[in-house]
Design a protein around this ligand. Structure first.
Ligand code: F6P
Length: 358
């Protein structure tokens, strides 16, 4: 009899999740396995009855490749090890998750998540004896031991397109445009889109910046006869005062957002330039995946099912040196892959004369 495999998406959504679900569904069906879709990440396994839906290969046509978001839903709130209770206390609800996997008769679980979600899923699997395979996804591209995570390429393409659109309006009005991009504590989206979109200045959290070099750079641009400049700021770069710019959401959780306004105000004051700010936000997560994210999703979805078929658990599929490989989940947990200040993208940016603020 074929295996029963659960699959869930966890953490923030991104483009390419449905392409990954599709690939896993098709490969599972091909090998006589049943893939059970779990709704809303681990939340679906805490619900009673568990929230599940069959992953039907007949519904996996080409349309699913193009769909943004995740058809299964996801959550990036509430660690099940200390899950907020209605009375204000916190409870470990991971036992309920394991119990649901057993009730559903799952032989294995495929978790599609970023570093935080994969770490939580691994701890649950280790403590409760579940067979887990991980698939890395995040626009931030900060999961360790993989060169690419699902969603990053599309986010970079979106940020690049934003720069393409900002350039003509910047030139028309002789303005300095600041584009704030996501990425959490990693500057991967900022450096890649900054290079691809022709930015003059790129500020990333991995390289502390000072106002003086940025001002000098903008003055050089003006002296060269150009009337506009494009700046990309990653959301986690510190403001001029060295502090990260954070916002509180309605549940009191802290999240990045707004440093672009600080950067623009400082530049405007120091240079007299007219500045405008675009905070790109969740536009980077939504929309149709580009071809690269579809390919990555296909390769990861297929390989994850093959790991299950081979009984190779506690592993994460990964992209390395133009190949799909797999790595121990233990080596991924608690490690984040930020931009290497001495790596090839930073060297490329410097070679292009882009100012990195140092
Ligand atoms: O991790 C993905 C990400 O989009 C980050 O780049 C960003 O800081 C964060 O999630 C936003 O989270 P939320 O969707 O909760 O606002």
């Amino acid at each position: 009899m074929g295996l029963r495999i659960g699959i869930l998406t966890s953490g923030g959504d991104c483009a390419g999740l449905n392409a990954t679900l599709r690939a896993a569904t098709l490969r599972a069906a091909q090998s006589g396995c049943t893939l059970v879709g779990i709704r809303n990440g681990t939340l679906g396994l805490m619900s009673r009855p568990p929230e599940v839906e069959p992953m039907d290969p007949a519904r996996c046509d080409a349309q699913m490749l193009r769909l943004g978001g995740t058809v299964l839903g996801t959550t990036n709130k509430g660690n099940p090890f200390s899950y907020p209770q209605p009375d204000g206390s916190f409870a470990d609800r991971t036992g309920e998750i394991a119990e649901a996997c057993r009730t559903l008769g799952l032989d294995a679980l495929i978790g599609i998540g970023g570093d935080g979600s994969l770490e939580i899923l691994r701890r649950i699997a280790q403590q409760h004896g579940l067979n887990l395979v991980g698939i890395p996804k995040t626009i931030d591209n900060d999961v360790a031991l993989t060169e690419a995570a699902i969603g990053h390429s599309t986010a970079v393409a979106t940020a690049t397109e934003a720069l393409d659109r900002l350039q003509p309006t910047a030139a028309s009005h002789s303005r300095v445009m600041v584009l704030e991009v996501m990425g959490r504590d990693a500057g991967h989206i900022a450096i890649a889109s900054g290079i691809a979109g022709g930015a003059d200045v790129v500020l990333i959290p991995e390289i502390p910046w000072r106002l003086a070099p940025v001002v000098r750079h903008i003055e050089r641009v003006r002296a060269s006869g150009r009337n506009f400049a494009l700046i990309v700021a990653a959301e986690a770069v510190a403001g001029e005062d060295g502090r990260r710019v954070l916002q509180d959401d309605h549940e009191g959780r802290r999240r990045y957002g707004g440093v672009g306004h600080h950067v623009a105000a400082a530049i405007s004051e120091a240079t007299g330039a007219e500045t405008r700010v675009t905070v790109l936000g969740h536009v980077q997560r939504g929309g149709s995946p580009d071809a690269r994210d579809r390919l990555l999703g296909a390769a990861f979805g297929v390989h994850a099912v093959e790991l299950v078929l081979a009984g190779r658990f506690d592993r994460m599929v990964a992209w390395w040196n133009r190949r799909v490989v797999d790595v121990p989940l233990a080596k991924v947990a608690r490690r984040s892959r930020t931009v290497d200040p001495h790596g090839p993208l930073v060297a490329t940016a410097r070679g292009l004369g882009i100012c990195l603020g140092d």
